[in-house]
Design a protein around this ligand. Structure first.
Ligand SMILES: [Ca+2]
Ligand SMILES: [Ca+2]
Ligand SMILES: [Ca+2]
Length: 328
């Protein structure tokens, strides 16, 4: 049987020590107003790869053995085609390399995350297998000292532990591009995608993106992974899980990370809505003030937008919870 579960359950690997039991949903009265009268929403999600006609330019990296990339039908969550990445036992680091980044990105609008649906058909028996993403790019052609080509920034600080996933389909797996590794030209650390990459004529040290790869860092194997419904996104309001809707699932992300003892600034995708590097009650308020907002583009990705009847139910339960919220 295929299983679906929320992305937030994938965010292990960092020490979680909540200091208090978080309160249930509140401030839904505020949300009612937001749902009725907010201005036209921004585009937060865009379909990037659906593997309907082939592999969409993806191929094995390195070539010549150890990894095979092909179109398949297993794990197709958007249309009928998916991307199969099969990795042999004994590999340590492999990638599914795309020749170009589509849609073209830069600043604006920039890029903050990928959402992808992942299917695993057999339990992984090795030690670990983690999914990350790396971008390649060339510097601006008029950069002082000359253009520097073939640079790479890895986004490996929030890898998805796909080796620990149960067999099944896992929707809306989020790859965070707000916390990358070193900028190869400035050595700034850590950099976001938007810190490192730009379009022609943007910052002097910006890299012009030329391509990227999903890669798997693993010990042991083999592993076969099916990708589909790859979407690119920009941060939208308090949409902490990146699905284009500000709702209870984003509260769950905040609750799972609030007041953690961590040694680096928190990510937006851990619930740091106001961007001050910590996840606390101010980020709960940030979420509550934006509850119900929906970006355009979510219909393309199959996200279910609450129907009016569902909204009425939420309002009813919200009033019932307002008293309890005072004690959070
Ligand atoms: Ca597809
Ligand atoms: Ca959301
Ligand atoms: Ca914060």
């Amino acid at each position: 049987m295929m299983n679906d579960f929320a992305t937030s359950s994938l965010s292990w690997g960092r020490r979680i020590t909540p200091s208090f039991a978080a309160a249930p949903l509140a401030a839904l009265a505020v949300a009612v107003g937001a749902m009725g009268f907010f201005s036209p929403p921004a585009l937060a999600l865009e379909l990037a790869y659906s593997f309907e006609a082939g592999t969409d330019g993806f191929g094995p990296n390195p070539t010549g053995g150890g990894i095979a990339v092909s179109q398949d039908t297993i794990g197709a969550t958007e249309g009928a085609g998916s991307l199969k990445v099969a990795i042999d036992d004994g590999q340590t680091f492999v990638g599914a390399l795309a020749s170009e980044l589509a849609p073209s990105v830069g600043d604006p609008p920039g890029l903050d995350y990928f959402l992808v649906d992942i299917t695993i058909t057999e339990a992984f028996t090795g030690t670990f297998a983690d999914l990350g993403v790396a971008f390649f790019g060339d510097s601006q052609p008029d950069r002082p000292g000359g253009q520097v080509a073939g640079q790479q920034v890895q986004f490996i600080r929030d890898q998805v532990p796909i080796g620990a996933l149960e067999p099944g389909t896992h929707r809306n797996v989020l790859l965070d591009l707000t916390r990358g590794n070193f900028h190869p030209l400035t050595f700034q650390f850590p950099v976001s995608f938007n810190d490192a990459f730009g379009t022609l004529g943007s910052g002097v040290d910006d890299l012009i993106p030329t391509g990227f790869q999903f890669y798997v860092n693993l010990s042991g194997g083999p592993i076969t992974v099916y990708f589909d419904n790859v979407r690119t996104g920009q941060i939208f309001e308090a949409d902490y899980n990146g699905d284009g809707v500000v709702d209870a699932a984003d509260y769950t992300v905040w609750r799972d990370h609030v007041d953690l003892e961590i040694d680096e600034p928190a990510s937006f995708f851990e619930g740091d809505g106001n961007g001050d590097g910590v996840v606390d009650n101010a980020d709960y308020d940030y979420w509550a003030d934006r509850y119900g907002l929906t970006s355009v583009g979510v219909d393309q990705s199959g996200i279910v937008v609450p129907e009016p009847t569902a909204i009425c139910l939420l309002v009813t339960s919200g009033f019932g919870l307002l008293a309890a919220s005072r004690y959070r």
